[in-house]
Design a protein around this ligand. Structure first.
Ligand code: ATP
Length: 308
C-alpha cells in the first residue's frame, strides 16, 4: 500500500488541549507506512485555507484539520472542488461536523481511526459566496458567535456563559425569506441553516440533516417563554427538537434571508455578511475522510429507506 501524502494543520489556539501533547499523539498513533505526513501550525485566521489549498495543488491525498469548527471550515475551504480529502481531529469547543461524522472526541482514538476511514463526498454550502460545511445562522446564535469571539478564554463553559449573558436582553427579529417557491416573513429568535445535524456538543438542531442530499435544512426557532427552555433544551440534546412547536423547518438548495442586522455565523465563526444573505448548495463538492462505521450506518439507512 502506498502511504497517503498527508498534511496536518494544527490551530494552536483552538480548544483547551495542549498542542504539543496532540503532536506526540499523532507521532505515536498515526502509522507512517500509511500516512506520509508533515505538520504545520497556523499563524492566524485564514492561514489554514492557504496551507490546504497549496497542499491540494501539490497533489496531497489528505489534509487533516486539528482544531474546532473554525479550523475545519478554513481548512475545508482550501479543498473545495479538489481531489484532496479533508480529515478531522476535533479538539475545539463544539466540534459539530466531527460529531456528526461520529469521529471520536478522544484525540488518540480519532487519530487511530484514520487507518479505518474512507472518503465520502459531502455538499458545501455558501452564504453570500462564503463556504460553510456544518451549520450557519442568523439571530441569537450569530450574536453569541460574535460575543464568544470577543472572550479571552475558550471552551464549553465560556460558551455557556456567553449564551446565558445575552438571553434576557435579546428580542426576536423579523426576517424575510425568499425561496424558489415564494416569499414569506417570519419573526424568529434565530434561523439555522444546517448542512450537518448539530451545532456541536451534541446539540442537534436538525437531527435529520444529511451532508450529501444537496439541501440545506432551514430551522426557524420562534420565541418561547423561559419556562419552556428546559424542555426545549432536552429535545435539542435528545435529537427530538423536530417535534417542538417552537421549531419550523423546510429544506432548500437556494434561498435568501433578509434581516435588519448584518451579522451571521458560519460554522460558529462570526461574519458581517450583510442584510441580504443568499444561501446556495454546491453538491458533493468536498471529499472528506470519515470513519468506516459512519459510512456503514449511512448505507444501512439508505437501503432501509428504500423499503419505506
Ligand atoms: N495562530 C492563530 N492565532 C490566532 N487565531 C487563529 C490562529 N489560527 C487560527 N486562528 C483562528 O482561531 C479561530 C478559532 O478556531 P476554532 O473554531 O478551530 O477553535 P474553537 O473556537 O476553540 O473551537 P469551536 O469552533 O469548536 O468552538 C478561527 O477563527 C481561526 O481563524
Amino acid at each position: 500500500m502506498i502511504a497517503k501524502r498527508t498534511l496536518i494543520i494544527i490551530n494552536p489556539i483552538s480548544g483547551t488541549q495542549n498542542k504539543a501533547f496532540i503532536e506526540r499523539l499523532i507521532e505515536t498513533y498515526l502509522p507512517e507506512d500509511q500516512f506520509n505526513y508533515a505538520i504545520e501550525f497556523t499563524v492566524g485566521p485564514t492561514h489554514a485555507t492557504d496551507l490546504a489549498a497549496a497542499a491540494a495543488k501539490d497533489g496531497f491525498d489528505l489534509v487533516i484539520a486539528v482544531g474546532g469548527d473554525g479550523t475545519v471550515n478554513e481548512t475545508a475551504t482550501g479543498l473545495i472542488g479538489t481531489n484532496t480529502a479533508l480529515g478531522i481531529i476535533p479538539i475545539g469547543s463544539g466540534n459539530g461536523l466531527g460529531r456528526h461524522l461520529q469521529i471520536s472526541m478522544n484525540p488518540s482514538k480519532a487519530i487511530k481511526t484514520f487507518s479505518e476511514s474512507e472518503v465520502m463526498k459531502i455538499d458545501v454550502c455558501t452564504a453570500n459566496g462564503r463556504p460553510f460545511f456544518n451549520v450557519a445562522g442568523v439571530g441569537y446564535d450569530a450574536l453569541i458567535a460574535h460575543k464568544f469571539a470577543q472572550m479571552e478564554s475558550r471552551g464549553f463553559s465560556t460558551y455557556i456563559y456567553s449564551v446565558l449573558n445575552q438571553w434576557f436582553k435579546y428580542k426576536p427579529k423579523k426576517y424575510t425569506i425568499s425561496t424558489e417557491e415564494g416569499k414569506f416573513k417570519k419573526r424568529a429568535l434565530m434561523i439555522s441553516m444546517a448542512n450537518g445535524s448539530q451545532f456541536g456538543n451534541n446539540a442537534w438542531i436538525a437531527p435529520n440533516a444529511r451532508l450529501d442530499d444537496g439541501l440545506i435544512d432551514v430551522c426557524m426557532l420562534t420565541k418561547f417563554h423561559t419556562l419552556a427552555a428546559p424542555a426545549l433544551a432536552f429535545q435539542l440534546f435528545n435529537k427530538t427538537i423536530d417535534d417542538s412547536k417552537y421549531l419550523e423547518t423546510f429544506r432548500s438548495a437556494h434561498f435568501t434571508v433578509k434581516q435588519k442586522s448584518k451579522i451571521a455565523h458560519l460554522d460558529g465563526e462570526p461574519f458581517k455578511l450583510g442584510k441580504k444573505i443568499e444561501f446556495k448548495v454546491l453538491p458533493k463538492a468536498l471529499n472528506i475522510f470519515v470513519p468506516k462505521a459512519f459510512l456503514h450506518e449511512l448505507h444501512t439507512e439508505y437501503s432501509l429507506s428504500k423499503f419505506e
